[in-house]
Design a protein around this ligand. Structure first.
Ligand code: NAI
Length: 371
């Protein structure tokens, strides 16, 4: 159901209602709007049939960087991601995240910002401790100490898979390696309740091969988030043939509840976005290898010539060069098309440990502030 808005006072409703409870004007349908709460005020007013009705006015930063004031029928917290028109129930489930890398951290940040209860599982206590430190640093930029404590009360972080028993949905975000994912997915499924849904964040490993190691393949699918998970609006939703229609619906609804736009795609290798992006990055690297121009100028040419917000080399640094090489290698082995093979410079960078932003060195040097 699309949210309804009052054309007179701007109140929005996420349930079937004919007239505004504040000013009795007839409501009209509207598009979903979402963003991060920058400020919120609680207001109490008398309304039709009620002496004192509270509502909340929130200032949202929208996904395109604009601001928007919305009137809500529920309280929200500063830093929370809110989608107007999404029922509160959708936000009450417990979500598990496996992995403490770039995507694991980003997903936990997104989920805590949206007010979810989160169970976060790492393969070692040391990697969890480092990831928590980074998460605290990032959340502290958008919320004060009290809010941070409130969010951390919702977080159960550790290395014990049995904690996944509480989860309604678990998202796996470990390294892009088939055998490692199979093993983690199988172990996670054993720890989860039989009614819970398991999703992988793979960038393009074969979903049917992952599904076939599971006891409940009908409750398994892919939620392919993009980096940074808190800001990127797209989620590619993809499922193998064994997934039930109900699971696909849950994955799409969950993406919407996070304020994302789910685009459901077939489980072809690398889905849609990476299938288009990987050749672009590879050709940009070839241009660099052939000394067509320095990295800054190649990126600038693509930004201005194709109207992309980021150049392919800076985007490669953001994604992680090792992740890109894994995706390209998987593409070659699954399509038998050598055109997807990573350029020699990419492999060399992985050997040298120049993996992009996460190691502070990739096509650019991040150890010092960039001009
Ligand atoms: P990352 O390299 O930052 O993190 C990988 C995580 O996997 C770390 O927590 C590491 O400790 C863990 N890990 C490594 N080897 C393991 C093993 N053998 N068993 C269990 N855990 C292991 O990688 P990132 O970027 O977070 O990627 C994770 C997943 O998300 C991959 O499937 C990747 O394709 C996908 N993805 C990545 C995006 C990106 O922009 N980096 C975007 C969308 C999806």
């Amino acid at each position: 159901m699309s949210p309804r808005v009052c054309p007179s006072c701007g109140a929005r409703y996420s349930y079937e209602l004919e007239r505004c409870t504040f000013c009795d004007t007839e409501l009209v349908d509207t598009e979903s709007e979402s963003g991060v709460v920058l400020a919120v005020t609680e207001v109490s007013v008398p309304s039709v049939g009620h002496e004192d009705t509270p509502y909340w006015c929130a200032l949202l930063e929208t996904n395109d960087g604009g601001t928007l004031i919305v009137k809500l029928g529920r309280s929200v917290l500063v830093g929370q991601h809110v989608t107007v028109g999404v029922p509160d129930e959708a936000e009450r489930i417990v979500v598990g995240v496996l992995g403490t890398g770039l995507m694991g951290k980003g997903l936990v940040e997104l989920l805590l910002s949206c007010g979810y209860d989160v169970v976060w599982v790492a393969r070692s206590q040391a990697s969890m401790d480092t990831a928590r430190e980074k998460l605290t640093e990032r959340l502290s930029r958008v919320m004060d100490e009290g809010e941070l404590l409130e969010r951390y009360r919702r977080l159960n972080a550790g290395i014990d898979m049995s904690a996944l028993r509480r989860c309604d949905l678990v998202i796996e975000a470990i390294v892009e390696e088939l055998e490692a994912k199979k093993s983690w997915l199988r172990t996670a499924e054993k720890a989860m309740r039989s009614d819970a849904v398991l999703a992988t964040n793979t960038s393009g490993l074969p979903l049917d091969e992952l599904a076939c190691v599971l006891e409940r393949p009908e409750r398994f699918g892919c939620l392919h988030f993009f980096n940074p998970a808190t800001r990127m609006r797209l989620v590619e939703v993809s499922v193998p043939d064994t997934t039930s229609a109900a699971t696909l619906e849950r994955l799409e609804a969950f993406s919407r509840a996070l304020g994302k736009v789910p685009v459901t795609v077939s489980s072809r290798p690398a889905f849609v976005v990476n299938r288009v992006l990987m050749p672009l990055i590879n050709e940009a690297v070839r241009s660099l290898e052939e000394k067509a121009a320095p990295a800054e100028q190649i990126d600038e040419a693509i930004r201005l010539g194709l109207n992309h917000p980021m150049g392919p080399l800076e985007l490669a640094d953001l994604i992680g060069i090792d992740v890109i090489v894994d995706i390209m290698d998987n593409l070659v082995s699954r399509t038998q098309d050598a055109n997807y093979a990573p350029r020699p410079m990419l492999r060399q960078m992985v050997e040298q440990g120049h993996l992009g932003r996460k190691t502070r060195r990739g096509f650019y040097d991040y150890s010092a502030p960039r001009a």
